[in-house]
Design a protein around this ligand. Structure first.
Ligand code: RBF
Length: 171
């Protein structure tokens, strides 16, 4: 498993595009708030570190991870955003609820990305227990909120670069 040998939140900061002209939405699930708020802190700080302005980062909370795609769509309809980051934590229990929630969130965010041509970032932990979640929310395997922010910046920059290319054609 990759994360057993590497802290994936360690990345080369010089390779990340500047985010000073970008607008972000962050949608945070309230379930397992100790985890999701730690993901949020890592995500928010990383956006700032790469130049995003606090007034250009718009955050909302939704009850649970299942509500992340709907919350992301609502936020995207209210604000002009370059990327929307969705943060949640679905811990496996005795039943299969986690599989239904995780699949729904993954499909929902994929559909939003395809339909809008805009990055909707999957920042949802899917651990077997709370310790695995803590390990990935600022613990020994880094903070997946940091990685979600980096992915959002990279995808927003990709979108901006291709959009600029389209404009030059002059239609
Ligand atoms: N939401 C989460 O974000 N993380 C969870 O671990 C989680 N566990 C749930 C377990 C069960 C049995 C149910 C019914 C819901 C759970 N939810 C969880 C809430 C879910 O994402 C959603 O908010 C509710 O199902 C309402 O649509």
């Amino acid at each position: 498993m990759a994360s057993s040998s590497k802290n994936l939140s360690e990345y080369n900061e010089s390779n990340i595009p500047a985010a000073d002209n970008m607008n972000f939405g962050i949608v945070v699930a309230e379930w397992n708030a100790e985890i999701t708020h730690a993901l949020y802190d890592g995500c928010y700080d990383t956006l700032l570190k790469h130049g995003a302005k606090p007034e250009n980062i718009h955050t909302i909370q939704v009850p649970g991870s299942f509500e992340l795609p709907a919350g992301a769509r609502i936020l995207n309809g209210q604000k002009k955003l370059d990327a929307v980051i969705c943060l949640g934590c679905v811990i496996k229990g005795e039943t299969n609820h986690n599989e239904y929630i995780n699949q729904a969130v993954a499909s929902g965010l994929t559909n939003l990305s395809i339909a809008t041509g805009k990055p909707f970032i999957f920042g949802v932990l899917t651990p077997n227990n709370e310790q695995q979640a803590l390990d990935r929310a600022g613990g020994k395997y880094g903070n997946k909120g940091v990685e979600a922010a980096v992915t959002a910046i990279r995808m927003a920059a990709l979108k901006q670069s291709t959009t600029e290319g389209t404009k030059k054609i002059g239609f």
